[in-house]
Design a protein around this ligand. Structure first.
Ligand code: NAD
Ligand code: AKB
Length: 343
């Protein structure tokens, strides 16, 4: 008998850590974790299996099908925006071909067990592309179907994979003599930059916010790679987890679009610096602008319109900027580094 499970790819990443912890506390999901890197030891006990492998490895994916009955896939594995610009071919392979492999796996699984497979896909504000800071300022809160002209390989990959998901859910093999649904129930969120108090990001372009905070908490100097005026939407990690879990639980009939914006709070680099310095008065944060990376941030919206998510599945962030810093980030990060220092 194959075991009914939820598959999490990219499980050892930032989002994966928090999602596995969340499921271990609140759910009776049996989790199969998959990542290129070994899953951190404390998370392993929370999973029925922790597989080290590549989402591009077809043999590995076939083995998964033979061993497990997969009812939902949280497909988190990806190369993030900055990293993807250094190796665009590899990014395309992982972000697009990898996603296609997982969509096919979801389809296969559904054919075996006869139920839809929920496919949760974290897309990104990188799917947007605004031409210059003035247009960004004027655009304000962007809607899902506006400014879909990403300038990064990562953004192009995300936008295309959203469309692949829509295709699998609604139009799969539409010319087949006996047309049948694919069985893939694709749902996607365009996340803002995420900030976790317990993990540091790598390879992203919104990373300056968490990097500033974690550097200050450790008493390290930090050179911020975007200018003071640079603005992005951000979200505290607990809200990111709440959103993906809410979208997964929403009745299919309530879902009117394949991808949703979700809003947390919108801050400039200077406003983040101010909040960090208030919490850590000895913080040594300067600006060391990396213009090409700053241009990527300029192309992403300063804020997002999340009215569709609010209307369709009741989205509302718990954390404003104040709450995120005062009640989650600062106290948790203090405790985290105090404990790490004490080890
Ligand atoms: P992360 O870089 O921390 O984690 C990604 C994980 O994927 C890593 O553990 C990596 O080892 C794994 N991975 C990469 N290539 C792989 C492959 N070929 N096979 C198997 N595993 C592979 O990223 P994250 O912050 O946890 O992001 C998770 C998802 O959320 C990504 O899809 C990302 O695009 C999306 N997202 C993140 C943010 C953010 O600010 N963190 C914002 C928007 C969207
Ligand atoms: C990145 O900067 O690449 C991510 C994202 C916003 O998708 N954090």
């Amino acid at each position: 008998m194959r075991k009914p499970v939820v598959l999490i790819t990219g499980a050892n990443g930032e989002l994966g850590h928090s999602l596995i912890e969340h499921f271990s506390k609140t759910d009776d999901h049996h989790i199969v974790a998959l990542d290129l890197n070994p899953l951190d030891r404390d998370l392993r006990a929370m999973c029925v299996a922790a597989i080290v492998g590549d989402i591009l490895d077809q043999n590995l994916l076939k083995r998964l099908i033979s061993e497990f009955e997969i009812h939902a896939i949280y497909h988190l594995a990806a190369l993030l925006s900055t990293r993807a610009e250094y190796t665009p071919d590899t990014a395309h392979a992982v972000n697009v071909n990898g996603t296609l492999n997982l969509l096919q796996l979801a389809h296969e699984q559904s054919r075996w067990h006869g139920h839809p497979v929920k496919f949760l896909f974290p897309s990104s504000i990188a799917a947007y592309g605004l031409p210059d800071p003035e247009t960004k300022e004027k655009a304000g809160k962007v809607r899902e179907n506006e400014w879909n002209f990403p300038t990064t390989m990562y953004g192009c990959n995300k936008l295309y994979c959203e469309q692949l998901g829509r295709y699998f859910t609604h139009h799969y093999r539409q010319l087949a003599a006996e047309k049948a649904p694919s069985g893939v129930d694709f749902r996607s969120i365009r996340y803002p930059g995420l900030i976790s108090a317990k993990t540091l990001p790598t390879g992203g372009t919104s990373d300056y916010a968490p990097e500033m905070l974690h550097a200050a908490a450790q008493g390290k100097a930090y050179g911020c790679f975007v200018p003071e005026r640079a603005r992005l939407p951000f979200m505290a990690m607990p809200d990111a987890i709440k959103a993906i879990v809410m979208l997964a639980a929403a009745p299919r009939a309530a879902i009117t679009q394949h991808v949703y914006n979700i809003g947390g709070f919108s801050l400039t680099a200077a406003e983040i610096r101010e909040r960090v310095a208030k919490a850590f008065p000895k913080a040594d944060i300067s600006y060391a602008v990396d213009h090409p990376r700053a241009r990527i941030v300029d192309s992403w919206p300063g804020d997002v319109d999340d009215s569709a998510a609010r209307r369709d599945w009741g989205w509302k962030a718990d954390y404003s900027a104040e709450r995120a810093f005062d009640e989650y980030l600062v106290p948790t990060i203090r405790e985290y580094y105090a404990r790490a220092g004490g080890k």
